[in-house]
Write a protein that binds this ligand. Structure first.
Ligand code: UDP
Ligand code: MG
Length: 310
């Protein structure tokens, strides 16, 4: 039987959400009247989610589990979902039910109208701290302004994509990945659908600040050279100012002024420039480290148990 919809959910320690996720996705997808499958990608869970996934899959053949050998991260788990999904359309959804499965039908409607990427835009967010909302809002806007592709703001990974699009994404082998950037980069006919992001059903967020920062760095380095260019702009500005300063100081000295003398001014400028140079080196390091990772060419993820092919 040809599968129409592949629903992909990355799972990292979501044991209390799994039965509810299955129940709600099943309710919604059965009502679509078309064949579907639920790909549960276990991203190295340690709370028993793995066993729970096996148990659910044993009772319901629409569930296809992909079980990783260890934690590889949300973005990589999504990628594995693309690799194993067989549907004509693929939907990425969070396992904590913050993305209501009911919205999938709205996404599907747009797909039927001919859109190839239908992304869900968070018009409201419930049950999240002001810190999370604030940093997320800043993140989306920063990414939007400095990356070369226009990645829609307030949009997470919750989206439906046509198989055509996913086939292109599967050829993009980068390891520091930012799926929403990648799916904007490929083009195709895209549209947003607003939805209200709910609170987590159970458990806590798996995205502490450090992980959000890493994701932001992946987004920036993956889609922009801006940080590398900042050093150049800054260098030119400072060099220009210094050249202007030379005649000014010379004239002041000739006129007998004692301003701009002494160690403090020298020390401050040395420390300032030293700081700027170290930051620039650090930025170079970020890009070079990523280049090194790509050059190693290791597999993106390791699967311990793959779903059976039919
Ligand atoms: N997730 C994952 N691997 C990780 C971290 C998270 O597969 O290393 C999954 C997690 O189980 C959830 C989704 O990614 O299904 C989104 O994570 P979370 O809800 O913690 O992020 P938030 O909604 O707080 O941004
Ligand atoms: Mg969540």
């Amino acid at each position: 039987m040809k599968i129409t919809y592949s629903i992909i959910a990355p799972i990292y320690n979501e044991i209390d959400n799994l039965p509810e996720l299955h129940r709600r996705v099943k309710g919604v997808m059965d009502s679509s009247g078309e064949p579907w499958e639920l790909i549960l990608v276990d991203d190295g869970s340690t709370d028993g989610s793995t066993e729970k996934i096996r148990e659910l899959a044993a009772a319901d053949s629409t569930i296809r589990p992909v079980i990783f050998a260890r934690n590889f991260g949300h973005q990589v788990a999504i990628t594995a979902g693309w690799d194993y999904a067989r549907g004509a359309a693929m939907v990425i959804i969070d396992a904590d039910l913050q993305d209501p499965p009911e919205v999938i039908l709205e996404l599907a409607k747009k797909w039927k109208e001919g859109y190839e990427v239908v992304y869900a835009v968070r018009s409201e967010r419930e049950g999240e701290t002001w810190f999370k909302k604030f940093t997320a809002a800043m993140f989306y806007r920063l990414i939007y302004s400095i990356t070369d592709v226009k990645i829609p703001v307030d949009t997470g990974d919750f989206r439906l994509m046509d198989r055509k699009v996913v086939n292109v994404l599967k050829q993009m082998k980068e390891r520091h990945r930012f799926p929403r950037g990648m799916s904007a980069w490929v083009g195709f006919k895209q549209i947003g659908v607003p939805y209200k992001r709910a609170a987590r059903v159970a458990g806590v967020t798996k995205y502490p600040f450090s992980k959000m920062l890493r994701l932001a760095l992946n987004a920036i380095t993956g889609f922009s050279y801006f940080p590398l260019q900042v050093a150049t702009y800054f260098g030119f500005t400072l060099a220009g100012l210094s050249i202007l300063a030379i005649p000014v100081i010379a004239i002041l000295r000739l006129a007998g002024s004692h301003s701009f003398e002494g160690q403090t001014t020298t020390l401050i400028s040395v420390l300032f420039l030293g700081g700027v140079q170290l930051i620039s080196l650090g930025i170079l390091g970020e890009y070079i480290g990523r280049l090194y990772d790509e050059a190693k060419g290791r597999p993106l993820y390791i699967v311990r148990e793959a779903p059976e092919e039919e």
